[in-house]
Design a protein around this ligand. Sequence first.
Ligand code: NDP
Length: 241
Amino acid sequence: MPATSRHALVTGGNRGIGLGVAARLLADGYDVTVTSRSGTLGDDAPAGLRVVACDVTDPASVDAAFTEAEAAAGPVHVLVANAGITSDGLLMRMGEEEFGSVVDTNLAGAWRVLKRASTGMIRARYGRVVLVGSVVGLYGGPGQANYAASKAGLVGLARSVTRELGGRGITVNVVAPGFIGTDMTASLDEARQATYLQAIPAGRFGAVDDVAAAVSFLVSEQAGYVSGAVVPVDGGLGMGH
Ligand code: NDP
């Protein structure tokens, strides 16, 4: 089936990495639905993107978003679970709310959308899933115990579902971006940004297009024998972590 007849859904596709991925998949020929919490898109979104409202921490909202997207464009063949947040703080100062909200959004949120998407993929005997992790998931980051734990959890999620559904034409992979210039990284202090830059062999921060290119390959028909992988897009920062 050509990409033109495939339906791709990107959570948090209204800005940052998600928007870059959605724009790339649109250019690749997919019928693309993105989610945002408001159910709207900014002026920078390319024409042709469909948007539905979704809060990945709310199972009813996830179900409603998929139902609306499926009514408009049929079953979801390609899922990019990208929605994510940070709430940094050192271990001793991190509260239940900071830990719980990050894990609930980044890890449980990805599990909710993957579970909902899997029904249609199993029926179609075809699916491409990319979970957006982070180099920090396996590298660790001071002040990011909640975030790193949530992103490390995505690896176990992807690998377990690969074992469950790998025989049904469904692949589940993790892309692990390094330091990509978006709203999320703009909130990091200058000292942290300088430390990361020094450690990146590529000598630069990444762009959303760097991540989008990796996702584009992983969701392609040709990538059918790549599953349970963690694909770094970090300029060499994590070096195989
Ligand atoms: P942004 O902060 O720019 O965008 C975050 C996106 O997630 C927004 O679309 C936001 O929607 C959505 N989102 C947040 N919470 C929820 C929720 N509860 N339900 C649904 N959507 C939600 O982040 P980035 O583009 O930088 O990051 C995207 C992903 O990439 C994240 O998973 C992040 O952890 C990961 N990543 C980013 C890196 C970077 O350097 N930027 C590095 C490594 C990983 P809304 O607009 O409605 O708030």
